[in-house]
Every structure is written in C-alpha cells, then in structure tokens.
Design a protein around this ligand. Structure first.
Ligand SMILES: Nc1nc2c(ncn2[C@@H]2O[C@H](COP(=O)(O)OP(=O)(O)OP(=O)(O)O)[C@@H](O)[C@H]2O)c(=O)[nH]1
Ligand SMILES: [Mg+2]
Length: 194
C-alpha cells in the first residue's frame, strides 16, 4: 500500500537462545533433538562397530546402532518472541573434548538421564555445575516407564534446590517441549532474581 512503511509493520525478530542437550552415552539426546525440532535436524552419527566392543557399554540400549560423533542441531519456536537452537552433544567419553566448544554462548542445558543408568550422566551434571551454566534434568523413561518420582531422583542426584527434574520421553515431542519450557522458566526466574 502506498505510503505504508513495511519495516515498522514487520513483527520484531524473535530472540534466539542456544540450548545444549547433554548427558551420557545413549541416553536419548539425538532422539530428543529429533522429536522436538521443527526443522529436519542435522545429525552427525556414525555406526557403532565391533571396534567399540569393551569400550561402549550397550547394556539397556542393545538396539542402538549409531552414535553422535560431533553434534545434533535442531530448532524449536517456543513463541513469537523466542526461538531455541538446540545443540545435542556427543555422549561417548572420547568425544567430550568437544563439549567446551559446544557450550560457548549456551544460555542453558537439558541434562538427559536414562532412568536405568543415571550414573552415565553424572559427568554432564558436573560439567554444567562447574561452569555455572543453568540446567534442568530430563529423566528419559525408556519404554515409557518411570519407576521413581522426580523428587527421589532429585535427591539421589544431590541436585541444588533450584534445579528442576522432569520425567520425560525422548521420543515424544510434547514431553520434550515441556522439558525445554521448564528450562526457559528456570532461566527467567534466575534472571529476575539477579
Ligand atoms: N525404548 C526407547 N528407546 C529410546 C528412547 N530414547 C532413545 N531410544 C533409543 O535408544 C538408543 C539411543 O538413543 P540416542 O538418541 O541415539 O542416544 P544419544 O544420547 O544421542 O546417544 P550418543 O549420541 O551415542 O551418546 C537409540 O536406539 C534410540 O532409538 C526411549 O525413550 N525409549
Ligand atoms: Mg546422539
């Protein structure tokens, strides 16, 4: 229309926030990024081979065929004002050196825990605690089973009071979205306090 100013009519660009999806080997990080991403996620997976025998512990994830060797990347629009860029980390210990670079500029993280093997995500919890990067814990109930309430898992992981624990299913979009929204709420709450 003559005389209209398209630049003032355009909605403001959303804020973009970098979030890491971290956790131990095979806890469901790639699955989570894939479930929740509104774009086809970028994956850097390589097949698991016989060379990993005795190195990669496949107990409980016997059907696993591939592993992330660099990162997963996805995107989710939370609202007109907020878009999250999701970076899934590699889980195998030999690729942990990449975590420092992946964490650059990240505002927060989801530490995914396999409810059957919580110890595989201890190092991830430690990583974010040491760097003061806010995180929530998503407990991936493999086969949809959640034998323990979130409070018990919070206590057994000796998490600080303000770190939320959410029961989730890495294969379910809504469930993963809820975990991300809890993280955003936690980030907003800590920004208001400071
Ligand atoms: N039954 C079930 N299988 C799952 C679930 N989440 C992931 N998986 C499967 O478990 C295996 C591991 O999942 P991934 O998403 O590759 O795990 P990851 O954490 O990205 O693994 P790495 O990158 O190797 O550390 C895959 O075979 C998935 O299909 C779940 O909630 N339930
Ligand atoms: Mg992966």
């Amino acid at each position: 229309m003559a005389g209209s100013d398209s630049t003032t009519d355009a909605p403001p660009a959303p804020d973009t926030v970098k979030i890491l999806i971290a956790g131990g080997f095979g806890v469901g990080k790639t699955t989570m990024v894939g479930s929740v991403s509104e774009i086809v996620p970028l994956r850097t997976e390589e097949p698991l081979t016989m060379a990993g025998l005795g190195v990669d512990d496949l107990d409980g994830i016997e059907e696993k065929r591939a592993t992330t060797v660099a990162l997963d990347f996805g995107r989710i629009t939370i609202s007109r004002e907020l878009v999250l860029y999701l970076f899934g980390t590699p889980g195998q210990q030999r690729f942990w050196f990449m975590w420092n670079d992946l964490a650059l500029g990240a505002l927060g993280a989801v530490v995914l825990v396999d409810v059957r093997r919580p110890e595989s995500s201890f190092a991830a919890i430690d990583f974010f605690e040491r760097r003061g990067i806010p995180f929530v814990v998503g407990v991936n109930g493999f086969h949809g089973e959640h034998p323990y309430p979130a409070e018990d898992i919070h206590d057994s992981l000796a998490l600080p009071e303000d770190v939320k624990v959410l029961l989730c299913d890495a294969r379910d979009r809504e469930s993963c979205r809820d975990v991300l929204i809890a993280l955003i709420d936690q980030l907003i709450a800590s920004a208001v306090q400071s």
